[in-house]
Structure formats: structure tokens, C-alpha cells
Design a protein around this ligand. Sequence first.
Ligand SMILES: Cc1cc2nc3c(=O)[nH]c(=O)nc-3n(C[C@H](O)[C@H](O)[C@H](O)COP(=O)(O)OP(=O)(O)OC[C@H]3O[C@@H](n4cnc5c(N)ncnc54)[C@H](O)[C@@H]3O)c2cc1C
Length: 473
Amino acid sequence: MSELVAQLKAVCAPERVSDKLADRICYTRDAGPSPGGIPGVVVRPITPEEVAGVLKIANEMHTPAFIWGRSTTFIGLGIQTGCILMALDMMDKILEIDLGSKVIAVEPGAVWHSVDVELQKLGWELGVPGPGGMFSCTIGGSVAYNAVPHALAEYGMTGNHVVGLEVVLPDGEIIHTGSGSNEAAGHLHFERYANGPDMTGLFVGSYGVFGVITKVYFRIRRIPDVEMFAFYGFPNFEQAVDAAQAIQRQEAATHMVGLFGGPKPANYDAHDAFLHIVVRDSRAAAPDRLRVTEAVCESFGGHPLDNNSTRLYWEGHMYSWLRNTPPAHYYGNRPFMCPEVAGFMPTAKVKDAIAYLRNDAIEHADEFAQHDIRVKCYDVYFSGNAAFIWIDTLYPELDEEAWKYGLALRSRYTDELCRRYMSPGGILQAISPEVMTKLGAGFDFLKHLKRSLDPNFILNPGVMYLEPEVSHA
Ligand SMILES: Cc1cc2nc3c(=O)[nH]c(=O)nc-3n(C[C@H](O)[C@H](O)[C@H](O)COP(=O)(O)OP(=O)(O)OC[C@H]3O[C@@H](n4cnc5c(N)ncnc54)[C@H](O)[C@@H]3O)c2cc1C
């Protein structure tokens, strides 16, 4: 047994530390196509003190430590061969539901949907329904990623609902943020913007490079009375984008998804683009809001379609219903891999992005055919004032040339769209060189923060391209 493994077993129980290959190979990469590495040892801490102990050992032994939620991301966790892999799945408890402060305290490894289910038994829910991976992703990973959730139009981002955090810094120090940072008041987490600058924000969307989130204090709400649905087809994508922007101005939709590429919803080939709309509100207010969305769609040439697929999509959070097809039909066509590109842009720029993507697919039609590249979607979640696009191109997983082409396509789209107007909603190791280097002085500031907090660069190194040896390569 190596010295590293022996020390980790002294901090965590021996049965929660493994250097067996059969265990380690389960933790090499996320759900995307980027190759990862095989960790040297896997450790499953159950307390913040154990996390702190692991990080102290990582510093002493100059061994990188990577954080693992449920690895449901697509953009490369950057796991390095020989690293310490810290899996947080055993820190999965709901610690407190405080209906007075409307805050839930949760350990980071709790699976998103399992937490929501417990709240729903009380007639409450998490402040956002979660990202599409809600049935398998963790609360901690989703906060660290600042995942783009369903109901983005009305409820905003995952990070908007974080009231406070408990975080273990790379040197093993344990801190609280927001109102909870006052130790004398007993770490009461009820207000984020308290006790000085917004330290919570430093860890939201920082992909674990500044610390390990060990508790999340998240806003909850009463479940609204009713949910109503609309589904519209448009003669061209420009009119669909105009309709979405007008609905944003009216603040009428809770959730709004645009379909601008990939297979059209079954039975609706005659239309060029589509909007699915969900409204949640009181019995009194919801019908009026829905009527506003319908009137806007029709004024921009929209044609009402059967909204049952919108309802099925929303109630089951199953993407297949966006295209009016059951899950087996949609997911059965495998093995394909998805080098996803995703990011925010001003709503009006969606027109430019869709024109670019459609033209690109035509221009490269021969190459797409040669590598069996399939456009799964150019879909958009509309937020309150902007748009989040996700571009899914699939390649056959077992074909090495297609894999190379798929990764190159991801780099090309990321580079091209980020040079124009896109800000990625998720960064991670696979695209950080294309993204971070465009941030100018902001990139230098983040590198400075990383160096201050993690001078040995042991925590999630390479994930945001902040290390000197990586940045200057
Ligand atoms: C079917 C499907 C649909 C999806 N839909 C969406 C979507 O709509 N919107 C969206 O944004 N994403 C989506 N995703 C991607 C992914 O599910 C989410 O981003 C999710 O929030 C990641 O959670 P995770 O627990 O798997 O994190 P991981 O993938 O394990 O980790 C993500 C990053 O955070 C770090 N991290 C994990 N836990 C912690 C912690 N406790 N403290 C500090 N750092 C940590 C990791 O090291 C890593 O860098 C989807 C994925 C799938 C499979």
C-alpha cells in the first residue's frame, strides 16, 4: 500500500478508500467524449473535516485532487491519471428544511430530484426544477457548475437561489458564506448578501477550482397552483425568435424552449421552428399569462399545435417529448456521443447563430455524411432577457475518425460563437483554452485568485485553465 493511500485511510475509513483498478476505472471521465485519466486512488469522504483532511494530504504530497459529483457534464472533468479522486456521493443528506426562512440545507452529493421529491411531499419545491440531468446530477455539482435549469425564463439560474454555502478551501480551511458566515450567530443561512461581499458567488460556477462545496443552503417555494401549456410552430425561425423576445418583455412564460434545428417534432414537418411554453402561477393569474403568450405567438405568424407534448415534456422532464416522440424512440438510436456546445447570447443574436449553424451544416454536408455526424438539436432555453443555446451534434461513438471530427467541430463552434457573442454556460477542461483566453484581464484576475487560494494547484487543476504551466503551454 502506498504512503498516499495509507494516509487517506487514516483520514477516511479504510472501506471508503480504494486503489483497486476495478474501482478507479469507474471515475475516469464525464458523460462527454473527452478522454480523462485513471485516478490513483478513490476516496469517499462523509464530513467536511474528512474533505479538509484529504486536501491537506493532497497538498503535502503534491498530488492533484479532483471532485466528483455524478459526472453528468459533457465538457470534460479533466481527471488526471494518478490523482486523488474525491467522490462526494456519500454526503447526500437533507440536513434541514426551514419553511420559515424558505431555505433547505443539503449535503452536496444529494441527487437533485431526490431532494425535490422530499420537498414535494410537503407541497414545496426547490427554487428551480433543476437542469435536464436532474434525475442523476447532484446539488453540489449543479451549484459548482451553475447549471442552466428548466424554468429559466421566470426563476433564473441555479446560482440565483443559493443563499449560502459551506466550503472547504484548497488548504483545508472550512468557511461559510452569506449570513451563515457569522459564527457568533450560529451560522444561520437565510440571506446571501450579508456580512460583506458575495463570497457565495465566488464558488457558484467555479467548477470546484476554488474549493469543495460541502453544504448548500438553497431557496425553496410553495408549488404554484397550476401549470398551463402552449406549443407553436412558425413559418421561419426569425419569427419564432421575435415571438420569444416579445414574450420575454411581457414576462409571461415560466419556461420557454425554442427548437431551431435537428429533427422536427413528429407530424409537424411543415413548420420551420417551434416554441414550447410553460406557465406556472396561481389559478387567477396563469390563464391570463398563457393568453398573452398565445396572442404574441399568433401575431408573429405562429400556428397553435397540440400542447400535449409540451405537457409530457414538462411533467416528465423528458427531452424526447420536445419532438413529440416517446423516450425509447429518441434514445434508442445508439451508440452515439455528443460533444455539446452551449452558451448564452442576447435573444436577437439567436437569429444570427441559427443562420450560421444551418449554413455550416450545408457547407460541411459532405464531411458530416462521411463521419455520420447528426444534428440532434439547435435548441434554446429562453431566460428572462437572453437565450441559452445548446448545440448537440452526434457522432458514432466507436469510430475514431468521427470522434476526432466531433471534437474538432466542438472547438470550431465554441471558438466561432465565443468570438461573436456567446458566453458558455459551462466551461470545464475540454473548452477552457478556447474560452478563458478571451476574458482578458478577467482571466488574469481568476488566475491570481487561484494562485492565492491554491498555491500548489492541487484542486481540480486544468479545469479552468488557470495554472501557470497550463496557461503558458
Ligand atoms: C440528460 C442530461 C441533461 C442535462 N441537461 C442540462 C441542462 O439542462 N443544463 C445544464 O446546465 N446542464 C445539463 N446537463 C449537464 C449536467 O447534468 C449538469 O450540469 C449538472 O448540474 C452537473 O452535476 P453533477 O453532479 O453531475 O456534477 P459533476 O459533473 O460531477 O461536476 C461538475 C463540476 O463541478 C465540480 N464539482 C462537483 N461537485 C462539487 C462540489 N461539491 N464542490 C465543488 N465542485 C464540485 C466537478 O469537479 C466538476 O468540475 C445535463 C446532463 C445530462 C446527462
